[in-house]
Design a binder for this molecule. Structure first.
Ligand code: FMN
Length: 208
């Protein structure tokens, strides 16, 4: 616990000026840079993580950024559970693997992230999936700006919810009645620096 707090304080100090890519190069701190744009353009999905945990103080800041996302009628139509217990994450991975023996990646679908955030949506609100997506994006961008990598994950939702074997583990997350696990996001310190995947600029156009 004490080590965790010390570790967290040291990380917080380091992360104020770092992005995951700073493993290779320091961020440009010139004042004329737009740091939001920089963060958006630099963020990449991370699928290889260092073993070190993310301090709960850092995760709390990321979660606070998440819940400040725009959301329909300010209903905050999400519930969020954070799992940083390696034994529980391993138990979930094992169960997903056993429930899907024909899908080799099922047991690895957390991508080795040391922290998993499970997001459930309020089924009574038709826009709750968007709320949850915006929440997740706020978390991923704020994380990146603080040097924490992330990966948005749909596959664990499928692997955890389409079978009875994993049900006790989903139940353990303790989402309220009327909420359904909809999205997962893994967080941790990047052990890779993937290039940006190409984006199709034909997907947008101005209409006069
Ligand atoms: C809704 C959603 C579900 C995703 N599910 C997975 C997943 O199950 N496994 C995975 O490795 N990446 C997953 N991703 C990450 C995407 O593959 C990734 O965002 C995309 O390839 C673009 O790469 P980038 O994030 O590095 O820009 C998901 C992303 C989103 C938004």
């Amino acid at each position: 616990m004490k080590i965790n707090i010390l570790f967290g304080a040291a990380l917080m100090a380091m992360l104020m000026a770092c992005t995951p890519q700073d493993n290779k190069e320091m961020a440009d701190t010139k004042e004329d840079k737009n740091h939001v744009v920089e963060t958006i353009m630099a963020r990449r999905s991370i699928r290889k993580y260092k073993a070190e945990p993310v301090a709960r103080e850092v995760m709390t800041q990321i979660l606070d950024c998440g819940i400040n996302a725009p959301n329909g009628q300010n209903k905050q139509s999400w519930e969020i559970r954070v799992v940083d217990n390696p034994e529980l994450l391993a138990e979930m991975s094992k169960a997903m693997g056993e429930a899907h023996p024909q899908i080799p990646m099922a047991k690895d679908c957390f991508r080795g992230a040391p922290v998993m955030v499970f997001i459930a949506r309020d089924l009574s609100y038709d826009f709750s999936a968007y709320d949850c997506g915006l929440l997740a994006q706020n978390m991923m961008l704020s994380a990146w700006s603080m040097g924490v990598g992330s990966v948005c994950l749909g596959s664990p939702v499928r692997f955890l919810t389409d079978n009875d074997l994993c049900k006790p583990l989903v139940d353990k997350l303790g989402f309220s009645e009327g909420y359904e696990l909809s999205l997962c996001v893994g967080f941790g310190y990047a052990d890779e620096a993937p290039d940006a995947k190409p984006r199709d600029k034909q997907k947008y156009r101005f209409v006069d």
